[in-house]
Design a protein around this ligand. Structure first.
Ligand SMILES: CC(C)(COP(=O)(O)OP(=O)(O)OC[C@H]1O[C@@H](n2cnc3c(N)ncnc32)[C@H](O)[C@@H]1OP(=O)(O)O)[C@@H](O)C(=O)NCCC(=O)NCCS
Length: 228
């Protein structure tokens, strides 16, 4: 799924199961030694996906992917990347910084958000858009897709800025016809040189999931394939 919504410069790897051959380096193991089984499995397969994706851009010797401030994965110096996992799906995407500035991916089940969550993560205009889209195209859970798009924005934003970004800081607009979305950082968000105020992403549904991805260009600071 991810390959369909990421530009060719980005290497990705996804899996719908937890492969038996997925293992951790001792330094990674130390990060989850007190975690419950579900967390251990998603973390371990996420690292497995990361190593598979890294191999596709030339990092064929497996290496640990540790955890930085606020949980962001620590990639090799010349790499940016992103990891996601949800029930029945784990994935990673990586790109050389010589190719792109940042990448963010997120997967969620194509199911309604729990009660009250849409109101917590969506601005009033987004809530109206989601309700209209749910009426017009109910096969896509647009509430969950909105949540996923915002998670992808954060995963693209944080490694570049090292600053928090709240759900009410960006407004999303979906194009239901072509699998794209645009996002605009609102004026109260302190601008970051590394990050444009308007970016674009792609989305896809399938296998009971909604998946979103953002790839940020190095040169212009704009999104790849953005059309913005
Ligand atoms: C961190 C966060 C984005 C994770 O998203 P999620 O949908 O809960 O979970 P996912 O499985 O898709 O992603 C988890 C992975 O995100 C990555 N991640 C965690 N913190 C991160 C950060 N600060 N920056 C980049 N990636 C991060 C990690 O790789 C993590 O997996 P791991 O712990 O196994 O390494 C989310 O929990 C969060 O804190 N959101 C609040 C901020 C936000 O979304 N703002 C909206 C701005 S518009």
């Amino acid at each position: 799924m991810l390959e369909k919504i990421l530009p060719t410069q980005v290497a990705s790897y996804e899996t719908f199961e937890d492969p038996a051959e997925a293992t951790l380096f001792p330094e990674e193991e130390a990060l989850i030694c007190d975690s419950v089984d579900l967390r251990r499995r998603e973390f371990t397969t996420g690292r497995y996906c990361a190593r598979q994706a890294l191999a596709r851009i030339g990092y064929s010797v497996p290496q640990p992917v540790l955890q930085g401030v606020r949980g962001a994965p620590i990639w090799p110096r010349s790499v940016r990347g992103s990891i996601t996992h949800c029930r029945g799906y784990r994935a990673a995407a990586v790109v050389k910084v010589s190719e792109l500035a940042s990448v963010g991916i997120d997967a969620e089940p194509n199911l309604p958000l729990p009660d009250g969550i849409l109101e917590a993560v969506a601005l009033p205009a987004e809530q109206v858009m989601v309700k209209e889209l749910l009426t017009d195209a109910p096969e896509v859970r647009w509430d969950r897709l909105l949540f996923s798009a915002k998670e992808s924005i954060y995963k693209t934003w944080y490694p570049l800025t090292r600053r928090p970004l709240e759900f009410e800081d960006a407004v999303i607009d979906f194009d239901p016809a072509d699998g794209t979305f645009s996002a605009r950082l609102l004026s109260h968000v302190r601008s970051a040189q590394e990050f444009p105020r308007k970016i674009a992403g792609r989305w896809i549904t399938g296998n009971g999931l909604v998946v979103t991805a953002i790839a940020l260009s190095s040169a212009s600071g704009s999104s790849v394939d953005s059309g913005l």
